[in-house]
Design a protein around this ligand. Structure first.
Ligand code: F3S
Length: 81
């Protein structure tokens, strides 16, 4: 499974992710991208039919703000502690 979230610290609202993967990414009220899959937590697996879109978004973000992992991001945080 793949998980994703946006690093809002580095997102510059370029819009490429939402264009590539409109079923995964949208913008918050500040114009920063986030994952609509799970409120940008990165804990819900991305549906198979969206994985190509996810890869396009990942490749297309100019600031590498699209974070993608094989593991839920809450697990990652725990294992880094
Ligand atoms: Fe932000 Fe990158 Fe998307 S800069 S709007 S996360 S393509």
């Amino acid at each position: 499974n793949k998980y994703t979230r946006v690093d809002k610290e580095t997102c510059i609202s370029c819009g490429a992710c939402e264009a590539a993967a409109p079923d995964i990414f949208n913008y918050d009220d500040q114009g920063l991208a986030f994952s609509i899959i799970d409120g940008n937590k990165g804990i819900k697996p991305i549906p198979d039919e969206l994985l190509m879109d996810l890869e396009d978004a990942y490749d297309g973000c100019p600031t590498e703000s699209i974070l993608v992992s094989d593991h839920p991001f809450d697990e990652l945080i725990q294992s880094e502690n």
